[in-house]
Every structure is written in structure tokens, then in C-alpha cells.
Design a protein around this ligand. Structure first.
Ligand code: FMN
Length: 362
């Protein structure tokens, strides 16, 4: 099966099947309500800067697609919507366009409709290793990218029949890439990044990490559906067994921040409230993918409506926590409950750093 046609399989399964997590780790986080916000809602400013460009809100549409003629229109709608909203956009893996130049316009069309926003290119770590760091310049030129995300998806590769399971030398390849002229970020795809891995990445020169943790789309789940369709019972079983494998997104934010990276929160960010919680945990930006896919198969207005609701909820959260600016969210008292608390406790983090000390420090 070609990279291009596999892409269509993934989009079809992600739009038709229940591939989103049922457990929502963001529900373990409670921002402490401020009954006396002492700000005028009209003064709230949700804007921020990302990759040297101004965003209307600290949000991005995460990497999804491109690489097949049938999905070009989806990318165009995402580009138009992100441009209208003034938020960042990641394109899906550009691998298919490296294998077949005719597919380049399924990616470059995004920049044509979104000249001013940050656009992030995308390639798998295994492909980076194979093609070498020089490939990043070609990928960046294709879409006039502001940065390239190198994705890690070894969970998916393990369950995929055609998966590439040789991860040797990936860190070295990332180190060479980080030394090059194209800004890079490293991105998981639904299984999260630990403090140890984040520390390795930071030591290799990687400054931005998109944690993409557990709590949203499960690629093992997607591959389980694919395996079932071709009657591969054993792979289907593996997909189900590893459906929830990985590090929950809120945990992964704290772990990656502890290593000193600029963190993008993704994986189950399902509202502007989840985005605000991400920023309170230390992320600089929050991204979402799956909730945008179906709207993008309809029209750009549907995408705009979903993302406008994110911005509105973010604004309400800022009001109710007394934040005039986005950066202030990182100082809002936050209570961590349930399984997320147990995770972070077990990993040695002092949770009072989020709940008690902040309030005292204010
Ligand atoms: C249809 C689809 C295709 C995706 N393709 C890519 C990809 O090519 N590269 C990548 O880094 N992530 C890809 N992702 C993963 C997302 O960028 C994101 O990390 C993940 O879906 C978790 O976010 P969510 O829970 O908001 O969906 C894809 C997600 C979806 C739904």
C-alpha cells in the first residue's frame, strides 16, 4: 500500500469510527475560580506570538493531512479557516510528496490561502533519518514553512502491518536537524513525551516539543480498525491492547516543561478550557486535530465555528481566573486531581507548585 492511499484509509477511519479516547485526563485539572476577577472582560487579550508571528489566540490546528489529491480541499479549508482566525496550522506528513512530486500542491495550496500565519511542515523521524537533514529545506520550501515538525509515532508503527520499527539513530538525526537552518519541533502523535525523552531532545538542541499525549486520538485504535477490515485478528488485538498506551497529555506537558522545552499541548484538547488548563500547566500553545477533521470535510465555516468556540471558552476561562493576558494563565492556581495527580506524584513532581505556592506568590 502506498503512503498516499494509506492516508485516505486513516481519514476515512478517523471520520467514521470511534477513535477518540473515552477517558479525559484534562478533567483531572481544575482552575481555581476567582470570584473577584477585578478585570473588564473587554480588556482581555488572547493574542500571543509564535514563531515570530502574532496569533489571535494560542491555538493551532494540529497536523493531519495532505498527500492525496482527494484531501487537498481539506487542507485548503483548514488553511482558509486558520488564516481567518489568526491561529497556527500544521500540515500532515509531507512524506507522500517526497515520494511523488505531483502531490506537492496538496500541501503548498495551504500557504496560497494562508500567507501570514505560522505554518508547520511535517515529516516522520524515520524519514528524516533516511533522507538526511537536508530534506528539511525542501519540505520547508514546499509550503514556505515557519518550522517543521518531526513526528514520533512508534506506537502506530508497531501496530501497522507496513510499520517501520527501526528507531535506531533517530536522536542523532534530530541532533543534526536541530543544527540546521530550518527551525524544528519534535511531535508525538498520541502517546506523549516523558521527561527523560524531553531531556534527550533538549540536549540534542530541540527547543520545541508538541507532546501529543494520551487522551485524544488513539493511533493504535485506528490501526485496530484497519486490521479488522483486512481480517488480521492478531494485529487488531494488538491495536486494542495498546489503545491507551502512553503518557496522558497533562502529565506530558509537566514532564516536558521540566526538561526546559517550549511545549505545545495536544492530544485530547477538546475545548478552549482544556487549552487554558494546558497553559496553566506551562504549555505555550495548544493544538487540536480530530475534532476539526469532520468539519473540514464539509466547509471552512464549520472549521471556523469549532475553533471560534475554543477561543470563546479560552476567553471566558481567562475572565473567571482574572487573566488579562495569555501569559498570566501560567500563574493561575490549578488543582490536580485523580489519576493525573497519582501520575505526577509517582514521577516526583510537587503538585503544590501549581496549587498553593502560586496563590501565595500573587
Ligand atoms: C486524520 C489524522 C491524520 C494525522 N496525520 C498526522 C501526520 O501526518 N503527522 C503528525 O505528526 N500527526 C498526525 N496526526 C496526529 C495529530 O497531529 C495529533 O497529534 C493527534 O491527533 C492528537 O490530537 P487530537 O487528540 O486533538 O486528535 C493526525 C491526526 C489525524 C486525526
Amino acid at each position: 500500500m502506498t503512503t498516499s492511499s494509506r492516508k485516505l484509509d486513516h481519514i476515512r477511519i478517523c471520520t467514521d469510527k470511534p477513535v477518540d479516547a473515552i477517558d479525559r485526563p484534562f478533567q483531572d485539572l481544575v482552575l481555581v475560580h476567582k470570584a473577584l476577577p477585578e478585570i473588564d472582560e473587554d480588556d482581555i487579550d488572547t493574542s500571543c506570538e509564535f514563531l515570530g508571528k502574532k496569533l489571535r489566540a494560542p491555538l493551532m490546528i494540529s497536523a493531519m493531512t495532505g498527500g492525496h489529491p482527494d484531501v487537498k480541499q481539506i487542507n485548503v479549508r483548514l488553511g482558509e479557516a486558520a488564516s481567518r482566525l489568526g491561529i497556527a496550522l500544521g500540515v500532515g506528513s509531507q512524506r507522500a510528496a517526497l515520494e511523488n512530486r505531483m502531490l506537492e500542491d496538496t500541501f503548498s495550496a495551504v500557504r496560497d490561502v494562508a500567507p501570514d500565519i505560522p505554518i508547520i511542515g511535517n515529516i516522520g523521524a524515520v524519514q528524516l533519518k533516511r533522507y538526511g537533514p537536508e530534506i528539511l529545506e525542501r519540505l520547508a520550501e514546499m509550503i514556505d514553512a515557519d518550522a517543521i515538525a518531526v513526528h514520533l509515532n512508534f506506537l502506530q508503527e508497531s501496530i501497522q502491518p507496513e510499520g517501520d520499527k527501526d528507531s535506531c539513530g533517530v536522536l542523532e538525526a534530530l541532533k543534526s536537524a536541530a543544527d540546521g537552518p530550518v527551525p524544528i519541533m519534535v511531535k508525538e502523535t498520541g502517546a506523549g513525551i516523558s521527561r527523560e525523552v524531553a531531556a534527550d531532545l533538549v540536549s540534542a538542541g530541540v527547543k520545541m516539543i508538541d507532546v501529543s499525549g494520551v487522551g485524544g486520538l488513539s493511533w493504535a485504535g485506528v490501526e485496530a480498525f484497519r486490521a479488522a477490515e483486512v481480517g488480521d485478528g492478531e494485529l487488531e488485538m494488538m491495536g486494542r491492547l495498546f489503545e491507551s498506551w502512553g503518557i496522558p497529555t497533562p502529565v506530558s506537558i509537566v514532564e516536558s516543561r521540566a526538561a526546559g522545552a517550549f511545549v505545545i499541548s495536544s492530544g485530547g484538547v477538546r475545548s478552549g478550557l482544556d487549552a487554558a488548563k494546558s497553559l496553566a500547566l506551562g504549555a505555550g500553545l495548544a493544538g487540536t486535530a480530530l475534532p476539526i477533521l469532520k468539519p473540514a470535510t464539509k466547509d471552512k465555516e464549520s472549521v471556523i465555528n469549532v475553533m471560534n468556540a475554543y477561543i470563546r471558552a479560552l476567553r471566558i476561562t481567562m475572565f473567571l481566573t482574572g487573566c488579562r493576558e495569555v501569559a498570566e494563565l501560567s500563574k493561575v492556581p490549578l488543582v490536580v486531581l485523580g489519576r493525573t495527580r497519582e501520575w505526577l506524584d509517582a514521577r516526583g513532581f510537587d503538585l503544590r507548585a501549581f496549587s498553593v505556592y502560586r496563590e501565595l506568590a500573587k
